[in-house]
Design a protein around this ligand. Structure first.
Ligand SMILES: [Zn+2]
Length: 136
């Protein structure tokens, strides 16, 4: 295995992870978004999980993949709870100001391939989300 090829594979895997806004990529997801097949990764690294490790990505894909655009209520609740019911940008919260409305927003927009997974969602207030068209 040539060193160069390994680097090319790693770079593309990281590119896919960045594009999807996730810290782990399943072999199936990579197959849909990556430039290569899974085979060269297995050949170069021994297994898909080893390839993830080599890239500093997480081996386990946390959360389930939502193909639908809408964030369901359970997911919304989990995101709000994780972000402590505050806007992650300005910290405003409806607990302190009743006029604040919180939105669950895609960090990497759905239209750009971002997934409806916990790590690609964030809590924003209406003000911070204003002007963004890819909110849920
Ligand atoms: Zn805000």
């Amino acid at each position: 295995m040539k060193r160069l090829e390994t680097e090319v594979l790693k770079r593309d895997l990281l590119k896919v992870a960045g594009k999807l806004g996730v810290s782990s990529v399943t072999a199936v997801l990579y197959g849909e978004h990556g430039a290569f097949t899974i085979r060269p990764f297995v050949r170069a690294f021994g297994s898909w999980n080893r390839a993830l490790e080599a890239c500093g990505l997480r081996v386990k894909f946390k959360g389930y993949i939502r193909r639908v655009r809408k964030v369901d209520l359970r997911m919304r609740y989990m995101v709000l709870k994780r972000d402590k019911y505050k806007c992650v940008l300005c910290g405003r919260s409806p607990a302190k100001d009743a006029s604040v409305e919180l939105h669950v927003d895609h960090i990497v927009p759905f239209s750009k391939g971002g997934l409806c997974v916990m790590e690609n969602l964030q809590t924003l207030c209406e003000m911070c989300n204003f002007g963004k068209s890819d909110d849920c």
